[in-house]
Design a protein around this ligand. Sequence first.
Ligand code: ZN
Length: 245
Amino acid sequence: MIKTRAIVLHRFPYSDSSFIVKALTEECGVVSFIVKGGKRKESPFKGALDPLALSEVVFRENPNTELQFIKEATLIEWRKNLREDLLALAKAQAMAEIVLRYAPQGVPLQAEFQLLEKATAALDCPPETPKQNIFARWLLDTCDVWGYNLDLGTCCRCGKNLDTAPADFVPETGAIICKECLGVTTPRVRPETSRDLWNLLKGNNLESPQFVENALLAYLRHHIGFHKELKSLQFLNDTRKLFGC
Ligand SMILES: [Zn+2]
């Protein structure tokens, strides 16, 4: 019997009364659970298996099947503030889908669990808390955990440590280029992206987070070699438009 904290990544109906829940567990990586009777109003799991909830689950690991039967699920944190902030929700869903689609299967993912737990907790802070760095920081840390470390502080051409924002960034390779090395060449990214890569490195608040988020997403997806559309990114883009960013 395994007892572990879990973050619900995805939930979909399986039959008239059942769900399949895919969760990132602290101990066993991504696990798929079948939740019989989960759709019923008197389900013992209540909000514990809602997408993005943090819960403690108990299950017996059966190595012969991909779908595990869940015995208990106790809600630790439902993330009420996050659910009431559409942009925070869109970013949390994007993180959950990236983990679900890209993370290695069948192995423990403790670092991924910690990063996602920290980021969803930060997005769940009260509305007035600054949240513009959270998704970009998570992308940067996730690149690191998955072996695609990005050194935002060093020019890839001359090797100099930057003392100001880079002049360019190449999302396909992750190359950071200083002003001297870029010379008269037109930069690939907007000035906002370069400035916010620097802000991210220095821990300052991002000014236009969507550009640096998109640059880091492009970098990550290029390295993972996965180009299928992510539904959550479409939702994130629609939400950004709604909020004029
Ligand atoms: Zn240089």
